[in-house]
Ligand binder design. Structure first.
Ligand code: FE2
Ligand code: FE2
Length: 257
């Protein structure tokens, strides 16, 4: 680097890129970013294998665990995803604790515990749908159904159980935000469904204002998980359920293929 180049300090972006590149150079394998990760950065792009290997001569593509992420056990359980993959579990634990204290059915408690796994582990957008799909093969149909439709119900008040339209949504989305037609249609369908109240209980126990002092612990729920979540013996994500690949993607998000 010449003196002139050195004179201009790197921008935050350049520094982040340089750091990332340096880290990549130090790693054994070439770590790739899926199109979706790039879309989230506002870029419609993907680097092909040939270009990547040209940039990192002599290196092979990563086809397993990402050394930058916490190591997962050989046969991961739901609890391992709580520990090693979910970015934040406080909201889920507080919701489930709330439901437990209210004396609700264990199925409802589990639904509360898992209602936002889409947000904390996978993809924010349409998180109720992603979350339901993730857990569907492993829980009672009522639980995954409730997780799916909480996506829509949370935008509609139900005064009969003391659930108003969340103040937080006014703050987040503005006073004039209106849900899209598919959300309205989902709500209409759910309102007349036999499991409506299960899904509604997710909203009622959805704690938006976190209590930083609340003591919550995943260990309080191991029995409920044991009774109501069918842990596959091969490990969650290493089984052959219709959503095993989604758990695997959380475990190994940067595999080349
Ligand atoms: Fe949610
Ligand atoms: Fe939530």
């Amino acid at each position: 680097m010449g003196p002139l180049a050195a004179a201009r300090p790197m921008t935050m972006d350049e520094r982040a890129d340089a750091l990332e590149e340096q880290m990549e150079r130090e790693l054994e394998r070439i770590i790739t970013k899926s199109v979706l990760f790039n879309l989230a950065d506002g870029k419609v792009e993907m680097e092909g294998g040939a270009a990547l290997q040209a940039k990192h001569p002599g290196k092979l593509m990563l086809m397993g665990e990402d050394p930058r992420l916490p190591k997962m056990p050989d046969k991961p359980t739901l609890l391992d995803y709580f520990r090693y993959r979910f970015a934040s579990t406080n909201h889920l634990l507080q919701s489930a604790t709330h439901a437990l204290k209210a004396g609700l059915d264990e199925k409802v408690v589990l639904a509360c515990l898992l209602h936002d796994v889409g947000v904390v582990g996978f993809i924010r957008a349409d998180h109720g749908y992603w979350g339901a799909q993730l857990i569907e093969p492993y829980v009672d149909e009522e639980v995954s159904w409730a997780v799916r439709v909480h996506q829509a119900l949370r935008f509609f008040p139900d005064e009969s159980v003391g659930y108003p339209y969340p103040d937080l949504y006014v703050k987040y989305f503005g006073a004039d935000y209106e849900p899209e037609p598919y959300i309205k249609a989902e709500y209409e369908r759910a309102r007349n469904h036999k499991w409506y109240m299960t899904a509604r209980m997710i909203c009622v126990n959805d704690i938006y204002s976190f209590d930083p002092n609340a003591k919550v612990n995943i260990d309080d729920f191991t029995d409920i998980i044991g009774r109501h979540f069918k842990q596959p013996k091969e490990g969650l994500g290493l089984d052959s359920s219709p959503s095993a690949h989604m758990w695997r993607t959380m475990m190994w998000p940067t595999r080349f293929l």
